[in-house]
Structures are given as structure tokens and as C-alpha cells.
Design a protein around this ligand. Structure first.
Ligand SMILES: NC(=O)C1=CN([C@@H]2O[C@H](COP(=O)(O)OP(=O)(O)OC[C@H]3O[C@@H](n4cnc5c(N)ncnc54)[C@H](OP(=O)(O)O)[C@@H]3O)[C@@H](O)[C@H]2O)C=CC1
Ligand SMILES: O=C(O)CCC(=O)C(=O)O
Ligand SMILES: [Mg+2]
Length: 744
């Protein structure tokens, strides 16, 4: 970091947010430079992370630094100020395509060993694994999460409500979730009485397999032992598939294979295997020979049978199709192209897919392109019961009304890889029947044990004590600042949440809670209580664990605002710095497709605008930089104007898109700065820019609009060409000249 100047680090990520950044960074720099603020970038895209992992395979010029590790280090410093855009949490198919693209660009990366046999291959796979799944967020999120819809955004949604599908009382949509044998049912949990080093092991009748030799834990940490039975999962899928088939309701699968990168691909793969059971039984040997692994989706199977002789290939495809005869209709990701819910594990991600379904009135798309009721299969019951509760509510009370409904901000326990999200390296597919133990290394004491069978998934989530204290504090602060009640969504019947409840009750005593409404209720009751209020226009803060943080920060924003991209998303870092995330959504691959095909980017950068304002405000306060504070205040006002004047990007090609929306933000921001009286220099400087942008408004909007409609080439997907992308994202010479200070 620049030692002298106050600095904001702006991350360069993937897909739509990265495209938007090409247009937005020059605007940010034009506004922050006069205030002496440095904007540094840090590339943490999937491509960059892969390259950083393999310096040995690259030439000197091709090597890139390990930016993620550096950012992780910076999260521990109090002056750190990072703006973090959503990035790809890669599934295996995404990783493979990214490697292929980079190799075509001349990077001699090694093959990804899908089925490692030798020690070298295992090591190589381990290196690649660092780039898989949710690899960025857990490193940067060294604080808990504060996500909410700012007032101006909420007002906008009330004035310009998004479309909502109607709920019918006769809807057949429901959630199917395991009733036995999943992580929830056998869960054990304990709060550590003292610091301990533990080992995870499997004791079989013939040997003891060390799964994880050492995990250091501190006093007060809460650890869980849980497993999912493969047999119970198979039975569950079979029952639900039969039920959907017999009752004629569509089948959809909702998992989070990206973030839960070890357990959920397995859970996903089993669904595909059960659905196509007959074809798998017939061709199992060949599938094994070909190294087919449907944990990576049906696309993996189709890719690998490609090279077979035509007759065999056709036979397999016929056998797969024949399975559909006695299986339910599958929800589609792209019905026009015949891409189903089973195609790739990163296509349907539960946090966004369930809310989208609820918003549509309990519908998903079928193979014929029509919307239909669905059996929404969420195998793991731990958290999915909340979805059935909201479905019941909507069936009884009808769809929510964005013009009158309240809001549900979230205070989420997330720091230091809390709970399930940090459990990747403590999750194992069990090789043979036995006892899965968590053992104190020093004393040999078995802290928790589970009887497991081959194929079961065993894991140990951890939540550390310091993040729990910080989470409680954040919840109290938010309650005080907002005047809203806070509800802790904690289930007394679930061992882990029972432990947390005791700690929450204890740590609440460290705070002045006089006059605050703070309650603890089970997940399902919390949902019901919140919804009753929400429908009546009342606001309730949800204080939740990590997975419900993820679920609820898409669910409520999608219902309230149409998308979670419009959320303010702050991570007050525990070491004193700030991580400002942009919205609560992902990197919107569909938006990139539209840009490439039609040169229209429908990505809404509102999340970036909101994040930049809080980042500048924080910088202003910490660096004693008054101008940064003025920039923050005027940016907020400009964002308000943007919403008021409805200058958000349109979904339709030919209308105002991301670039046009950013232009309006720049125009309004410059006008706000020109109008303020706290700093004459800034007023003068931006008065000129406001004048240039304002007098050229029609010209700039025309220049940004006339390029739309034709395909564009940005020179790559995972690693696009910087010059080409910049040219596509900055097509208005008049705007570019104005920003660089050259009057046209
Ligand atoms: N914080 C992070 O780093 C996160 C990363 N991810 C990653 O993002 C990728 C895609 O995930 P997915 O589950 O599909 O979720 P996304 O949030 O990317 O996409 C779901 C849909 O939400 C809408 N949307 C999201 N953001 C915006 C925005 N700024 N402006 C307008 N619309 C928006 C789009 O709807 P429409 O197409 O109708 O316009 C989009 O297709 C995955 O690789 C996933 O791992 C996911 C969540 C968070
Ligand atoms: O890290 C990820 O994969 C997704 C993060 C996410 O969905 C969220 O934080 O809401
Ligand atoms: Mg999410």
C-alpha cells in the first residue's frame, strides 16, 4: 500500500462485475484523485488465482503475485480498506474451462488430475483445489457481516416495484428435505472448556485412518461433529423422485456446491446417479473407465462419452433418455438449449435459486419453457426448513407486496471461517464403515464420535469464540442504530445452535440492551415471526449463523428489491479495517453472455456505488480526510438521485445499460460536489466536470447506446483482453475525454 496516501483497494474479479469495473474505475479515479485518495487494484479473478498458484509452470513475464494472500494479510491491519466485488467460486467444470482458456493463451499449466492416482497427481490436485469453490471470501471475511437495504434503495423499490409472481393456495410447490440420516439428525456439538489440539480419525475394525492430523482450537470455540448417510440420501432421493413422478410435479435440486465445495458436489452427484440409476447400472464399468464423475454434473458425462464410437455413444444417450420415462420432469436452467438442473453443479445455487422460485410464485421453468410448480429438493434439512415455512406463509397469505412490505437486514456470523463454510478441509467422504472420531491429541480422549458407513460425508465445523462475541456486539449496535428489533435465529433442538444460544445469552450481558427488543427463537419460529411483521410493513433484523446469512441475504432482498445486488454489504473487520462488499449477489454469468452477444450489460452497479460511499466515509474518518467524507456524502446523494430518476440499467438491449447508469452516477455526483459548500476547491473542480457532462448528456447517452445490438469480442472469458474489454466498456469518447479532463 502507498505509505503516504489514504488508499482504497478495489478488487478485480470475474464475469459481470469485472466488466462493470472496466467502466467504473476511471470514474472512481476521476473523483478520488482530487482528494488525494489512491485507488489500488488487486486482481483476484479465478484466472489470476490459478496463475498465482503455478509460478513454476510459467515464464517470468507470465507470473503474477498471490494477491489473495496479500489481501488476507492486509485484513489484519487496522487501516485496511478493501472494496470486494463478487467473484467466481469455481466448480470443477468452471476450473477446467478456465485452465483450457489459459493454456490456449500460452500458459503451460498442468492438467487438472480429476482422478489422482500417484502422489504427484494428488499434490497437483491439492494445488488446484485451492482455486476451487469459495476460496476468496473466507480469506477476506475476517469480520462478521452487516447486510441491509439502504433507505433510498427501499424507497425506490416501493415506488418502482419489480414484478412478482402470484402465489396460489393450490400451489403444489414444496420443499423436500431429509427426515433422517442427514447432517442435522446426528449432529453433536460442544463448547471447548480449554484450548485443545484435536485429530479427526476413522476407526475401522482393521485400522485407524487419520483424516486430519491436527486442528488447533481455543477455549470457547464451538465444534460440531456431523455426518450425512449415503444410504439415507439414496433412499431420500429415490422416494422423492418417485413421489414427484407419481404426483406429476417437477423436480428441482438446490445445493451450494460452490461454497460447500467438498460436501455438496457429492450430494449433487448422488442425485444424478439415482435419477439415471438404470443407465448407470448398465454402463457403470465403462463410466468408471472413462473417469466420469457426475459430482461435476451431467456435462462431465456427456463430454467424456464424446470420444466413444458413435454406436456406443448413441446407446448411452438412448439409455439416459429412457430414464426420463419413469422419472419426474426436471427443472431447467436453459430450456431452449435443453440444459437441466443436473447439467452443472454451479448452475443452480440455493441462496439465489430458492428466492427466485418464491418470487415467481413457487415456479421454476420446465423443459417446454413454461413455469411450473416444483418439488424443491434441499437434501440437508438443517436450514431448509425455513423455506417450507415461507412457502406455507405465501400459500396462506399470498405473495408479498414490494410497495408495502418491511425489510429484513442481516447480521451474520461469518468471521474466521465460521461454521460449515470453513469446514472444507475438515470434510471427508468416508472410505469404509467405522467410527468417525474427534480426538484430543494430547490426552487421547474421544470428544465426539459417530458411527459411519462407507460413502457417508463426515465434517467438523468450527466457530471461534471471538467472532461470536463480535457478532453479538454487531447485532446490539445495529439494533441501537436502527431502532429495529433483533431476532437471533437459533434452534434449541439443534445441538450447535443450543451451544450458540448459551453464548449469545452470556455475551448479551456485556452490552447495554436497555430499551432494545432482542429475542432468540428457533429458525422456523423466527421465519414466521419475521414474515408476519414483514407483511405488515415492519422491519426485523435477523441475526444468524453463516449459512442462514447466505440464504437470507438473497431471500429477503430478492423479494423486497428484486435482487440482492442492491444491498449494502459491510464487513467490519475484527482487526479494525473495513471490507466493503458490493451487494450480496454473485457474478451473474448470464449478463456476460448478453454483453458478448448483444453488447448490452444489464449488471446493476448500485452495490458498487453503495460500497464506495461507505468505504470513502470510513477512509475519511480514519485518515482525517475531510474531502473523502464530502465525496462519500455527495456520492450517497448522487445514488439517491440515480434511483429517483430511475437511471438503473435496463434488461433490454438498446436501452440504458450499466455504462449509461454509471454515466448518470458521474453526472449526479459531479453536480452534488459542485453544489456543496464545505470545500470550495472540490466545488470548483467538479463544477467544470458537471458542466461538461451535463451539456453533453444526450451525446454521451447516444454514444453509449448506439454500440448496442451487435456481438463484441473481449478476447476471453476468464481472462479477457484488457484493451479490448476497455474499448467495449468505454465506447463514449465524449465521456472518456471529460473524465480525463480533456474537453471534447
Ligand atoms: N460474493 C461473492 O463472491 C459471490 C459469488 N457468487 C458466485 O457467482 C457466480 C454466479 O452465482 P449465481 O448463484 O448464479 O448468482 P448471481 O447473483 O450471480 O446471479 C443470479 C441472478 O441475480 C441477478 N443479479 C445478480 N447480481 C446482479 C446485479 N448486480 N445486477 C443485476 N442483476 C443481478 C441476475 O438476474 P438476471 O439474470 O435475471 O438479470 C443474475 O442472473 C458463481 O460462480 C458463484 O459462486 C455467488 C454469490 C456471491
Ligand atoms: O463465497 C461464495 O461462494 C458465495 C458467497 C455468497 O453467496 C454470499 O456471501 O452471499
Ligand atoms: Mg449468497
Amino acid at each position: 500500500m502507498n505509505a503516504h496516501k489514504p488508499t482504497i483497494i478495489y478488487t478485480l474479479t470475474d464475469e459481470a462485475p469485472r466488466l462493470a469495473t472496466y467502466a467504473f474505475l476511471p470514474i472512481i479515479r476521476a473523483f478520488t484523485e482530487p482528494a488525494g485518495i489512491d485507488i489500488e487494484t488487486s486482481d483476484i479473478s479465478l484466472a489470476s488465482r490459478i496463475l498465482a498458484e503455478f509460478p513454476d509452470a510459467l515464464t517470468e513475464e507470465q507470473r503474477v503475485p498471490d494477491n489473495l494472500a496479500e489481501l488476507g494479510r492486509l485484513t489484519q491491519l487496522p487501516e485496511t480498506n478493501i472494496i470486494k466485488l463478487p467473484n467466481i467460486s469455481a466448480s470443477v467444470p468452471q476450473l477446467l474451462t478456465a485452465i483450457k482458456e489459459l493454456r490456449a493463451k500460452g500458459y503451460e499449466l498442468p492438467d487438472f488430475p480429476q482422478d489422482p492416482k500417484t502422489e504427484d497427481e494428488r499434490k497437483l490436485r491439492e494445488r488446484y483445489t485451492k482455486c476451487l469453490g469459495s476460496a476468496v471470501n473466507p480469506v477476506l471475511r475476517e469480520g462478521n457481516s452487516d447486510r441491509r437495504a439502504p433507505k433510498a434503495v427501499k424507497e425506490y423499490a416501493r415506488k418502482h416495484p419489480h414484478s412478482m409472481g402470484a402465489w396460489s393456495q393450490a400451489s403444489r410447490t414444496h420443499v423436500a428435505t431429509m427426515k433422517k440420516g442427514d447432517f442435522y439428525h446426528g449432529e453433536k456439538s460442544m463448547t471447548l472448556d480449554r484450548a485443545r489440539t484435536v485429530r479427526m480419525e476413522l476407526v475401522t475394525p482393521t485400522e485407524t485412518v487419520v483424516l486430519k492430523p491436527e486442528v488447533s482450537l481455543d477455549e470457547g470455540d464451538v465444534i460440531d461433529s456431523m455426518f450425512m448417510s449415503k444410504k439415507a440420501l439414496y433412499e431420500f432421493y429415490e422416494t422423492e423422485m418417485e413421489d414427484a413422478y407419481e404426483t406429476g410435479v417437477m423436480f428441482s435440486l438446490h445445493v451450494k456446491a460452490t461454497m460447500m465445495r467438498v460436501s455438496h458436489p457429492i450430494v449433487f452427484g448422488h442425485a444424478v446417479r439415482v435419477f439415471y440409476k438404470d443407465a448407470f447400472e448398465k454402463h457403470q464399468e465403462l463410466f468408471d473407465e472413462l473417469g466420469i464423475n457426475v459430482n461435476n454434473g451431467l456435462s462431465d458425462l456427456y463430454d467424456k462419452i464424446e470420444s466413444l464410437p458413435a454406436s456406443l455413444h448413441e446407446e448411452i444417450v438412448r439409455d439416459l433418455h429412457a430414464c426420463h420415462e419413469h422419472r419426474p420432469e426436471l427443472a431447467m436452467v436453459d430450456s431452449a438449449k435443453g440444459i437441466s438442473n443436473f447439467h452443472s453443479p454451479s448452475d443452480v445455487i440455493v441462496d439465489a435459486s430458492m428466492p427466485a422460485m418464491i418470487r415467481l410464485g413457487g415456479k421454476m421453468y420446465g423443459a417446454d419453457g413454461r413455469t411450473k410448480d416444483t418439488k424443491a429438493v434441499n437434501p440437508e434439512s438443517t436450514f431448509s426448513r425455513i423455506y417450507q415455512e415461507i412457502i406455507n406463509f405465501c400459500k396462506t397469505n399470498g405473495q408479498f407486496d414490494p410497495t408495502t412490505m418491511g425489510t429484513v437486514p442481516n447480521v451474520g456470523l461469518m468471521a474466521q471461517k465460521a461454521e460449515e463454510y470453513g469446514s472444507h478441509d475438515k470434510t471427508f467422504e468416508i472410505p469404509s464403515d467405522g467410527a468417525a472420531n474427534i480426538v484430543d491429541v494430547a490426552t487421547g480422549e474421544i470428544l465426539m464420535t459417530q458411527n459411519v458407513e462407507a460413502g457417508d460425508i463426515f465434517r467438523m465445523p468450527i466457530v471461534k469464540d471471538a467472532p461470536i462475541r463480535d457478532w453479538v456486539k454487531l447485532a446490539v449496535t445495529r439494533a441501537r442504530d436502527s431502532g429495529m428489533p433483533v431476532l437471533f435465529w437459533l434452534d434449541p433442538y439443534r445441538p450447535h445452535e443450543h451451544e450458540l444460544t448459551k453464548l449469545v445469552e452470556k455475551y448479551l450481558q456485556d452490552h447495554d440492551t436497555e430499551g432494545l427488543d432482542i429475542q432468540i427463537m428457533s429458525q422456523v419460529r423466527s421465519m414466521r415471526y419475521t414474515l408476519e411483521r414483514l407483511m405488515r410493513g415492519l422491519d426485523t433484523i435477523a441475526a444468524t449463523g453463516n449459512i442462514l446469512r447466505d440464504y437470507l441475504t438473497d431471500l429477503f432482498p430478492i423479494l423486497e428489491l428484486g435482487t440482492s445486488a442492491k444491498m449494502l454489504s459491510i464487513v467490519p473487520l475484527m482487526a479494525g479495517g473495513g471490507l466493503y462488499e458490493t451487494g450480496a449477489g454473485g457474478s451473474a454469468p448470464k449478463h456476460v453472455k448478453q454483453l458478448i452477444e448483444e453488447n448490452h450489460l444489464r449488471w446493476d452497479s448500485l452495490g458498487e456505488f453503495l460500497a464506495l460511499a461507505v468505504s470513502l466515509e470510513d477512509l475519511g474518518k480514519k485518515a482525517g480526510n475531510k474531502q473523502a467524507e464530502i465525496l462519500a456524502k455527495t456520492l450517497d446523494a448522487a445514488t439517491g438521485k440515480l434511483l429517483e430518476n430511475n437511471k438503473n440499467p435496463s434488461r433490454k438491449t438498446g436501452e440504458l445499460d450499466n455504462r449509461g447508469s454509471q454515466f448518470y452516477l458521474a453526472l449526479y455526483w459531479a453536480r452534488e460536489l459542485a453544489a456543496q459548500t464545505d470545500d470550495a476547491d472540490l466545488a470548483k473542480h467538479f463544477g467544470e466536470l458537471a458542466e461538461t457532462l451535463g451539456s453533453n448528456e444526450d451525446k454521451i447517452v447516444a454514444e453509449l447506446g448506439e454500440v448496442q445490438g451487435e456481438p463484441v469480442d473481449i478476447g476471453g472469458y476468464y481472462q479477457s483482453d484488457a484493451e479490448k474489454t476497455s474499448a467495449v466498456m468505454r465506447p463514449s469518447k465524449t465521456l472518456n475525454d471529460a473524465l480525463s479532463g480533456t474537453r471534447s
